[in-house]
Design a protein around this ligand. Structure first.
Ligand code: SAH
Length: 395
């Protein structure tokens, strides 16, 4: 039996949690003075109003998601050994799915570690702590990662927008050997470079792995356009799979430089051309010029950063699908994706369909997919499936 502080739910509010949901919201908590006084991220024993134990939870009295259950056994001690068991469990699953130490290792609630993201780039780990409870685990988390995986360094990217909701400040640091060059990633038989110090998210988007492989396998002998190419994930893999000409476009020179490096490392520089440009301006100029490609991939940053952006973002996805569809040769393939949490799959698919029709094209949907399997979902948090991707064949 542990001596954790007790936090109780309001009457009748335990049912959803007892069924398996991992969160209690602040209005469901008996927020008395003792609860309010608990430090952000404290571990607590969460109880129903009648005293039934629901588990050990991370508690933050100052945010909407006030309690996040971390273990349904209220008697466990959350220490480095407990964390190490969860890390080993997550690693074993990833090595089954995508052997080779390059993957999303911990995907928050789905892996039993609320608010924690860990990406594994071989012997470098990149950590994002998005909940006060995870930050409050302090060195126990790093020690558990070190004993389980023996990394040469852990890059801590505590700079996500989610931290603000938890009342956490932004910071960045490295434990272990300093990082002085971009990291290498192995994916689908190709090599890429990413820089967790300044790149987006943790430096590489592991979530698109299966979608990239699907698309690249259709690219042999084809002309390919990769807009929003970032460090070359789609375009360079397409070239590696035999595309005859690949155009890679991004507004970030830093990203393009890493994409060029990937092309070089994979021996496909001759097939690749890079351009720093705004995606919409580029697509529209190509449309006016009448240039076409056999495969077009458009994987933009999130258009809807918050709920209020949703209507504008939906229009943006329609416009993107329209502009990109116009550049697809008859019989070619269009791939579009959205990583906006706030955009539901249904409306996204609808806007893509409208954009394609507005471009005057008939389409067959070949693939509707989300993130790769190293981004598992908690069964009670289906809304955390943020990535939506579609591949369509256009007549
Ligand atoms: N497809 C990539 C991920 C794309 S991330 C992969 O598979 O890894 C989104 C990219 O869009 C970033 O590289 C960012 O620099 C770029 N970007 C953002 N706004 C842009 C714009 N207006 N025009 C072109 N690129 C843009």
């Amino acid at each position: 039996m542990t001596d954790l502080p007790v936090v109780r739910l309001q009457p009748q509010r335990h049912k959803r949690l007892r069924m398996g949901h991992p969160w209690a919201f602040s209005n469901e908590i008996q927020m008395d003075n003792a609860a309010k006084a608990l430090a952000r991220g404290s571990l607590v024993r969460l109880e129903a109003s009648h005293g039934e134990a629901l588990g050990v939870a991370m508690f933050n009295p100052h945010t909407l998601i006030a309690a996040r259950i971390i273990d349904r056994d209220a008697t466990v001690t959350i220490d480095a050994a407990w964390i190490a068991r969860h890390i080993a469990r997550a690693r074993d699953l990833r090595e089954l799915l995508y052997p080779g130490s390059n993957y999303r290792l911990i995907h928050a609630e789905a892996d039993g570690m609320p608010g924690l993201i860990v990406d594994r780039y071989g012997d470098t780990l990149v950590v994002q702590r998005n909940a006060a409870g995870i930050e409050k685990l302090g060195d126990a988390l790093f020690e558990a990662l070190e004993t389980t995986l023996s990394p040469v360094r852990i890059v801590v990217r505590d700079d996500s927008a989610a931290r603000q909701l938890e009342g956490l400040a932004a910071s960045e640091s490295v434990r272990g050997a300093p990082l002085d060059a971009p990291l290498q990633i192995q994916e689908s038989g190709a090599v890429f470079f990413a820089d967790p110090r300044e790149g987006q998210k943790t430096g590489w988007f592991f979530d698109q792995r299966d979608n990239r492989a699907f698309l690249a396998n259709l690219c042999a002998g084809k002309r390919v356009l990769d807009v929003y190419c970032y460090v070359g994930g789609f375009g360079v893999l397409a070239a590696k799979r035999g595309a005859t000409a690949v155009k890679l476009v991004d507004s970030s020179q830093t990203a393009l430089d890493l994409a060029k490096r990937a092309a070089d490392a994979n021996g496909v520089t001759a097939q690749c051309a890079f351009e720093k440009a705004d995606a919409f301006a580029f697509l529209e100029a190509q449309g006016r010029a009448g240039t076409v490609y056999d495969v077009v991939s458009a994987d933009p940053p999130a258009f809807a950063k918050s709920r209020k952006d949703v209507p504008m973002a939906l229009k943006g996805y329609r416009k993107l699908a329209r502009a990109a569809a116009k550049l697809v040769a008859p019989g070619g393939i269009l791939f579009v994706a959205s990583c906006s949490h706030n955009i539901e799959p249904g409306p996204f698919a609808e806007e893509v369909a409208r954009g394609v029709s507005e471009a005057g094209r008939n389409a067959r949907i070949l693939r509707v997919a989300g993130a790769a399997a190293d981004h598992p979902l908690h069964p009670h948090l289906p809304e955390s499936a943020y990535l939506k991707a579609m591949a369509l064949a256009l007549d």
